[in-house]
Design a protein around this ligand. Structure first.
Ligand code: HMG
Ligand code: MG
Length: 298
């Protein structure tokens, strides 16, 4: 039997927008986060305190965090690659810090300019400080199902990074299909294996939809019992260090699926559709959400 309820982590304001070439004004990002808050998301990844030289679009993160209307109980998360990022995230009042590593050595180098082992050493200090400040700590594992640079990624590499993030005290760990290459049987095998290593209710699926497999992979993960999923309003996004990768699975599509399956999310699909149309209009293109566009056209 599938879980009766799931937590959807909205990552559009961060993973979605980080790849946009044109600078998006902070007011637009703030309006987007506020709309997502009103739609009922309990966890919104809203900022990324990385080097602005590496990801210029996220340079407005402090402004965004200062401008949003926070709803009590909602977790506003931020990516932090190092102590410098952590200090900025703490100053901005982020509720949850995300340390992000990879199961692929090549991707780690391209994305954060260090080896996997070096990244864990860097995260150790960050993790301790996050805990000292009483904040939530989340860990993300990129390329869990394949890497744009090295190709195949073995499950043991994922397990190894999972162990290290677990040992740093992560409250939640994201299993990410950065380039969307996973398919359901593989996803089930990897997820099943990881549930032997980390509490199932603290593992999440972060699926990009590059090959159109994300919803199938979510369903496959539901069958394993995974109950936290990341999605991006209007299917925004891509990773600047994973060429050709498209956005995360669209939040509207995931919510439509959950509604059909009778799985509770606590989120108002129509309000998310409106948020998706809002940001797509600003970006001057059609939303990359099938359900979102179908509902908006009615
Ligand atoms: P580096 O160049 O090795 O770092 O980059 P450094 O320590 O040598 O610093 C170089 C310069 O950056 C210095 O400035 C630092 O002050 C500055 P300079 O002295 O040259 O003027 N700097 C910073 N500035 C602001 N905030 C900071 C910061 N850190 C250093 N936190 C670093 C290493 C990790 C910083 C860099 O590689 C970086 O920022 N990478 C981030 C890449 C990124 O954001 N990728 C996308 C997010 S991950 C993702 O999308 C995947 C995910 O969605 C899951 C999935 O789908 O797979 C999570
Ligand atoms: Mg991602």
């Amino acid at each position: 039997t599938l879980p009766s309820k799931v937590k959807i982590v909205e990552v559009g304001p961060r993973d979605g927008l980080q790849n946009e070439k044109e600078t998006i004004p902070a007011e637009i990002k703030i309006e987007l986060v506020d709309r997502l808050t009103r739609a009922g998301f309990v966890n919104i990844e809203s900022a990324s305190f990385v080097s602005p030289k590496w990801v210029p679009q996220m340079a407005t993160s402090s402004e965004v965090m200062a401008g949003i209307a926070r709803k009590p109980g909602v977790i506003y998360s931020a990516l932090v690659p190092n102590m410098k990022g952590l200090e900025a995230a703490l100053a901005a009042g982020a509720d949850e810090m995300v340390i992000f590593g990879a199961a692929s050595e090549a991707f780690s180098q391209k994305n954060i300019n260090c080896s996997i082992a070096e990244s864990i050493e860097r995260f150790r200090e960050v993790a301790q400080a996050v805990k000292q400040h009483g904040k939530r700590l989340r860990g993300s594992i990129s390329c869990a199902f394949g890497c744009p640079y090295q190709g195949e990624v073995g499950v043991e590499s994922v397990v190894d990074v999972l162990h290290r993030l677990r040992d740093l005290g992560c409250d939640e760990i994201d299993i990410a299909d950065t380039i969307g290459v996973g398919t359901p049987n593989k996803v089930q095998a990897v997820m099943q294996r990881l549930t032997q290593e980390f509490p199932i209710d603290r593992l999440s699926g972060h699926f990009h939809d590059t090959y159109g497999q994300a919803l199938a992979n979510i369903y496959a993960s539901l069958e394993v019992g995974i109950s936290i999923y990341h999605s991006s309003v209007a299917g925004l996004g891509g990773c600047p260090y994973a060429k050709g990768a498209t956005g995360n699975v669209a939040s509207e599509d995931v919510l439509y699926l959950m509604r059909g399956l009778g799985i509770a999310t606590g989120i108002d699909l129509d309000a998310v559709v409106d948020a998706g149309q809002f940001i797509s209009q600003h970006l001057g293109r059609k939303a990359a959400s099938r359900a979102g566009n179908a509902i908006a056209a009615k």
